[in-house]
Write a protein that binds this ligand. Structure first.
Ligand SMILES: Nc1ncnc2c1ncn2[C@@H]1O[C@H](COP(=O)(O)OP(=O)(O)OP(=O)(O)O)[C@@H](O)[C@H]1O
Ligand SMILES: [Zn+2]
Length: 556
């Protein structure tokens, strides 16, 4: 499914519609044509859209790996499809940084002038620049709410027009673009010969009648668009106008990184024509054979049951803000981790509930293991050797999975397996204190699991907080106090008094309502999603219940 989607690139504009054909020679030759760069081998094998296979990821410098990410077109609220792409690449960035020791310099281009922005601004009767800055800020807030690390720099198209104009002049000077009498500038695709189409295996077809008479060839694409009446414009050597979409990214990436780029990323819909055209522009401008070394494309988020991706134009979207009213950013991230970043994924509420359930299960294990380490939970003797072995093999498998094209689903499976074995040992609860204990191994497991999820950007401790509530930390302390108070009452009610015989029986009878009140409180809090666990007569802990279990009594 993944491969089928990955090779079905180009949903924005079909190559055939542009007079472009799939070239067998281009497809067969693309792996051979790619040259493995020199530099620092990260130890990761990455699926490279340029070759259609996994290649060793070699970056020019470990201390400054260059990564250009196509950013949003800011004309509306971002939706979960956008979230999916940026969260997936954020996880990859964190893995490369923290697991494989790469310091990444990330540049993200923001398209703040474009047809969609102009149309929407006109509809809303606001200026295109104020509409764009409103939604750019909105996008940044959404990304922060999703815990996506900001790029090293954002670059806005409208702030880099002179650089884009110089870039176009460079391409014209090298003979690969031509201005027209109407004030447009087009890239001359025929001049690229069979070098065009390495990414998605397309080649310019025989020169046909241009669809737009302004172009020499139907497949030529715009570098500069002459301004239409009433449109925002910038002065240029070809008259008033604005840049085409593809040239923005080429010019802005080159401004920072020059003629060599390690990684370029975007959703799979950007591979063609956007990235294909970026490659053509950059390679002719820099007069090089290979500008970007690795092109990474993330699969689309679909609404379950729909063939099309989640998209604003199809009106089948859920905004990030709406989603975060119900689910936490960690749940979304965990959902994203459970599939390869390249695969298409289906959104539906039940999948999100499942992700939340698994995440709470993980957090619950960590709480139990912590209670064991602290001596609040007493168990039968632990099979310690087995757990040490499992922990070591988990670490090895997780590392190998991440090095294999960032295989997060395999890493998660491996960790869930470790948790399953840990839980089995902790389940052998006993009321007999004083037996042999193995706090070190559980401490090591907790520390490893927490650190793994921290690396990915998920805080297991936060699962015990109420999402989106700024007073979550206060509430957490309040519940702590309440559970401590209940424990004292319960201890008093259960304490074996000095008294014996009838006097003792009567005393216990008198204290019985206290015990009943403790039980009632436990059940009432469960209705609010808080699960109190009485570990022994001297220790109680609490955790948030899976919301699906809220209405059931604990233990039922
Ligand atoms: N449904 C989706 N699933 C995954 N990634 C997506 C989805 N929709 C957009 N993206 C990615 O988000 C990034 C920003 O996209 P952009 O702002 O160009 O929006 P778009 O593709 O025009 O969205 P829309 O179709 O909703 O207008 C791109 O990398 C794009 O591939
Ligand atoms: Zn781009």
């Amino acid at each position: 499914m993944l491969r089928a989607r990955a090779s079905g690139l180009g949903t924005r504009l079909l190559p055939a519609a542009l007079g472009l054909g799939r070239s067998r020679a281009a497809c067969e030759g693309r792996g051979r044509a790619w040259r493995q760069p020199e530099g620092h081998n990260t130890g990761v094998q990455v699926y490279n859209s340029l070759t259609g296979r996994k290649d060793p990821l070699v970056v020019a410098r470990a201390d400054a790996a260059s990564w250009y990410s196509c950013g949003p077109t800011v004309y509306d609220h971002a939706h979960l499809g956008h979230a999916c792409s940026y969260v997936r690449f954020d996880m990859i960035r964190r893995i490369l940084t923290k697991v494989f020791g790469c310091n990444i310099v990330m540049v993200m281009g923001v398209t703040d002038v474009d047809d969609k922005i102009l149309r929407r601004a006109h509809e809303m009767k606001v200026s295109p620049s104020s509409l764009a800055s409103l939604y750019e800020e909105d996008f940044k807030q959404d990304m922060a709410a999703l815990k996506v690390l900001p790029p090293t720099v954002y670059l806005r198209v409208t702030e880099n027009i002179p650089q884009i104009i110089s870039f176009i002049e460079g391409i014209i000077a090298h003979g690969h673009a031509y201005p027209t009498a109407k004030g447009n500038v087009y890239f001359d695709l025929q001049s690229r010969g069979d070098k065009y189409g390495r990414l998605v295996c397309v080649a310019p077809g025989p020169a046909g009648e241009p669809v737009d008479s302004d172009k020499r060839h139907a497949s030529d694409f715009a570098l500069w668009k002459a301004a239409k009446p009433q449109e925002v414009f910038w002065a240029s050597p070809w008259g008033n106008g604005r840049p085409g979409w593809h040239i923005e990214c080429s010019a802005m990436a080159s401004m920072v990184f020059g003629g060599q780029l390690d990684i370029h990323s975007g959703g799979v819909d950007l591979a063609f024509p956007h990235h294909e055209n970026e490659i053509a522009q950059c390679e002719v401008f820099h007069q090089c054979e290979q500008w970007g070394n690795y092109f990474l494309h993330s699969g689309h988020l679909h609404v379950k049951g729909q063939e099309e991706k989640m998209s604003k134009s199809l009106k089948n979207y859920i905004t990030i803000k709406d989603f975060l009213q119900t689910f936490s950013p960690d749940v979304f991230r965990f959902f994203c981790m459970c599939s390869s970043y390249r695969s298409a994924i289906n959104y539906c509420d039940s999948t999100m509930l499942e992700a939340r359930h698994l995440l709470l299960g993980l957090a619950s294990f960590v709480e139990d293991a912590r209670a064991y380490v602290k001596g609040q939970l007493t168990c039968e003797p632990i099979r310690e050797d087995m757990l040490w072995e499992r922990l070591a093999s988990t670490k090895g498998t997780v590392q190998a999975a991440l090095a294999d094209d960032f295989d997060t689903p395999r890493a998660v499976d491996t960790i869930l397996d470790l948790v399953h074995h840990g839980n089995r040992q902790l389940r052998a609860v006993t009321k007999e204190p004083g037996g042999p204990r193995s706090p070190a191994v559980f401490g090591a497991i907790v520390s490893y699991i927490e650190q793994f999820f921290e690396t990915i950007g998920i805080s297991l401790a936060n699962q015990q907080c109420i999402p989106g509530d700024s007073s979550a930390a206060t509430l957490h302390s309040v519940v702590d106090e309440l559970v401590r108070f209940r424990l004292k009452v319960r201890q008093y009610a259960l304490a074996t008094p000095e008294a014996t015989g009838e006097a003792r029986r009567q005393m216990l009878q008198e204290r019985r309502p206290l015990l009943e009140a403790c039980d009632a409180l436990r059940q009432d809090l469960a209705m609010h999603g808080i699960n109190i666990k009485d570990r022994s007569s001297t220790a109680s802990t609490w955790e948030l219940l899976d919301p699906r279990m809220k209405c059931q009594k604990p233990g039922s």
